[in-house]
Design a protein around this ligand. Structure first.
Ligand code: NAD
Ligand SMILES: O=C(O)C(=O)C[C@@H](O)[C@H](O)[C@H](O)COP(=O)(O)O
Ligand code: ZN
Length: 368
């Protein structure tokens, strides 16, 4: 089965997210209407070894001159130095403005290659071929591209929408279990934001997806993309509603930064799980949602083997975490913006959240 979810609205050119099995072998067929001549696949070394050959063959069979550039796998590649290297490799291969970049990989590759495409000759087209669950349900859709700096996550980037997203459920079969679970965190996040029935399905019958069942994965990817597409279509540049997709990320990004973006300690998805659980507990503590809903949110992550306790992840200083949160892109004049919840499926944007209340909460959570 193949499902196509359109992404449209605002000022950007509409595009499709195609979800199904066996799509990588048909990559050339899907890219052919978008470009002629030359294409460069940007990927990471792990994905290159597993799926790079098939992607290259598919593009060449459709008549493209295709080449591949691989960066080291991992978050450290979302850096100025790798961005420079990718741009240099695109220049060396003579890509012109009519050519297309193919981002083949997880969120790291998608964010890096997307930013390179946004900058190359002031912007060329790119296609997202997400190979992690996290990238299929989230990062490949919506046009946020970025690198990290030691001062924080995704602080240098651009909005640059892909021309097409091809989410092949079969490529997830090679994904390590920890990465599958990390992607599941962003799936659960979508239910927690605005679809309580989806969260119920994910916590029941749909839980098979977190163990790799292709049919459950298909449904989880499609529903996640529908939710994200609707929000991005309304508010591409995060002037308002798009910030909801940041549920769990204000705490999560601060924790990732304090850990030096070391995904051996905590992946992005794990940080989102922990951050969502904390956002719900903070909401309950402040009387915004019921303790039952906070417990339900927490349990959804626990059932998928995801972390929900700050003190289990490491020792943190409350002041240091809050400083990081004040440097988040949603913060205004150093005042904190958090995504909080009135209940499961009912998240909202809270501006000017009291710093002292957050510090007290972090101390209750186990920070020093
Ligand atoms: N732009 C957005 O909207 C957005 C949304 C969510 C997350 N992100 C970003 O995405 C990044 C996290 O993405 P991720 O979790 O995909 O991490 P990742 O890209 O680092 O991939 C995780 C690991 O899985 C490996 N891998 C990828 N596909 C594989 C496959 N099919 N088989 C085997 N191994 C495979 C990679 O080599 C890597 O080691 C973070 O930097 C986060 O900030 C961006
Ligand atoms: O697409 C969005 O908008 C999101 O917030 C999705 C997040 O899952 C993702 O991690 C995103 O990169 C975070 O964006 P940022 O603006 O907080 O860096
Ligand atoms: Zn995220």
């Amino acid at each position: 089965m193949i499902t196509t979810v359109p992404v449209s609205g605002g000022d950007f050119r509409p595009y499709d997210v195609v979800v199904g099995r066996g799509l990588l072998a048909r990559l050339g067929e899907y890219v052919a209407p978008l470009a002629k001549g030359r294409t460069v696949i940007v990927t990471d070394e792990t994905v290159a070894a597993l799926h790079g050959g098939q992607a290259l063959r598919a593009l060449k069979a459709a008549g493209f001159m295709a080449d591949l550039v691989a960066v080291p796998a991992g978050e450290a590649s979302k850096s100025f130095s790798e961005l420079e290297r990718v741009l240099d490799q695109l220049l060396a291969r003579g890509l012109d403005r009519k050519d297309v970049v193919v981002a083949l990989g997880g969120g790291v590759v998608g964010d890096l290659a997307g930013l390179a495409a946004a900058l190359y000759m002031r912007g060329i087209d790119f296609v997202q071929v997400p190979t992690t669950l996290l990238a299929q349900v989230d990062s490949a859709v919506g046009g946020k591209t970025a690198i990290d700096t030691p001062r924080g996550k995704n602080l240098v980037g651009a909005f640059h929408q892909p021309r097409l997203v091809l989410a092949d459920i079969d490529v997830l079969a090679t994904l390590p279990e920890r990465q599958l679970r990390s992607g599941w965190a962003e799936v659960l996040k979508h239910g927690l934001i605005c679809d309580a029935a989806f969260l119920d399905w994910l916590s029941g019958e749909g839980a098979a997806g977190a163990s790799g069942d292709p049919e459950a994965l298909h449904r989880a990817v499609v529903r996640s993309v529908e939710i994200k597409s609707a929000i991005v279509g309304e508010d591409e540049r995060e002037a308002g509603r798009r910030a909801l997709l940041n549920l769990g990320h204000t705490f999560g990004h601060a924790i990732e930064a304090e850990l030096g973006f070391d995904e051996t300690k905590l992946t992005h998805g794990e940080a989102v799980a922990l951050g969502c659980a904390m956002a719900f507990r903070f909401s309950a503590t402040n009387g915004l949602c019921s303790a039952d809903d906070a417990a339900k949110a927490e349990q959804a992550f626990v059932s998928a083997g995801l972390p929900v306790r700050l003190d289990a992840v490491g020792p943190f200083k409350a002041e240091a975490l809050v400083e990081r949160m004040a440097g988040d892109k949603k913060a205004e004049g150093g005042r904190l913006t958090l995504i909080l919840a009135h209940g499961v499926g009912d998240a909202f944007v809270a501006k000017d959240v009291d710093r002292a209340a957050v510090i007290d909460f972090l101390k209750v959570e186990g920070a020093a």
